[in-house]
Design a protein around this ligand. Sequence first.
Ligand SMILES: [Zn+2]
Length: 442
Amino acid sequence: MRGFVNVPDSNHYWLAHGRVPLCLLGDNVTLEPIANLRVFPHQEDLVDVDVEVKGGEIATIAPPGTTDFDNKPVVNLQQGLIWPCFVDMHTHLDKGHIWPRCPNPDGTFAKALETVRNDHSNWHADELYQRMEFGLKCSYAHGTQAIRTHLDSFGPLGKTNFEVFDQLRRQWAERLTLQAVCLVSLDYFLTPEADPLAQLVAEFGGILGGVTYMNNELVAQLDQVFTLAKRYGLDLDFHTDESLNPDDITLRYVAEAALRHDFQGTITCGHCCSLSVQSADVVEKTLTLVKAANIGIVSLPMCNLYLQDRQITHTPRYRGVTLLHEIHQREIPVALASDNCRDPFYAYGDHDGLDVFKQSVRIGHLDRPFDHWPRSLTNKPAQLMGLSLGTLASGHPANLICFQARTLNELVARGQDDRVVIRQGQPIDTKLPDYRELDILF
Ligand SMILES: [Zn+2]
């Protein structure tokens, strides 16, 4: 896909007359937002900038008209937006793109679990490698710079999955920062396989994780997870309460376990759908503990819309998206991510951070005002992943996306397929891989 402007193949040039959402500027940049877009009813905090790119880094961020560009090449963005590259902190690259082989027969969560489990017999190293890499290619072309993926890890599949992931991590090291989390249901942690799994995760520099379900042994399961995380120095990332059952409060159990164990690592909890159907008292009690336990939340709105409240011949009423605004209001970090892609948990998607942002804006009313929400696909997930990425400041790598859109309204309204992705100062090929590459697998 051809970009809307040509960025020179040079190691020193200027991106002139661009605009950046105020929340995406680093702390060391102080520029005034554009006054007339700031006020009601627009409510967009945008800053006019000229950006100097030199030696693969952002050298300068300056107000337009304050520099003579020093005879270097100049790209006139004509008020087009500049974003840092996306950080997609919750994906399932190992499940990605199996849809042609095993579609979800009825679109429910239960059938998604069953269908994927039945497909595991097809997940050989070469097969996994091709699908995972296809996902990386899509993600990279759309402008992502870092990805965290969960990896199904029951039995011998865990080792295969982590080995394939590690091979790709090394091969893509110059292009993508990759992290992996093991994924099992939490009952697995009360079996003899728990310690070897934590060792495997530690060996590959991964994150310990799993799916929490309400059950009589949940406290014991969590105690074992936290004990292993401390033993091997691992961060934690859970799938919690991906349901519309108001009695599902495993997020609260995770927070209590974190406090009980005085856990000092990073904890992320994904989904938290049941918060959307709980009483204010129940929500308050849980979020107070989440805040105290320093847990970050990642919401996966597209997957929730696909799976939650799905019944044949029934129009969904409850969409399962967690309480984005309320969580943020309590100063709990909340990120957005893509989750599954073309598998039984979500039939669609293309590993595109912008698609996640656009859909989330509409689903969660993240536009009155847009305010800090552009950070939910950039800086917020980067912080939860322990990465210094996701803002624009001098000295940072020039990992940028330039859009023709001049406002967030224009950004969300259109596809932005002509975006220009710049990595370490150089424009990349944003052509997406052809689905036909995968036909050999099906
Ligand atoms: Zn997930």
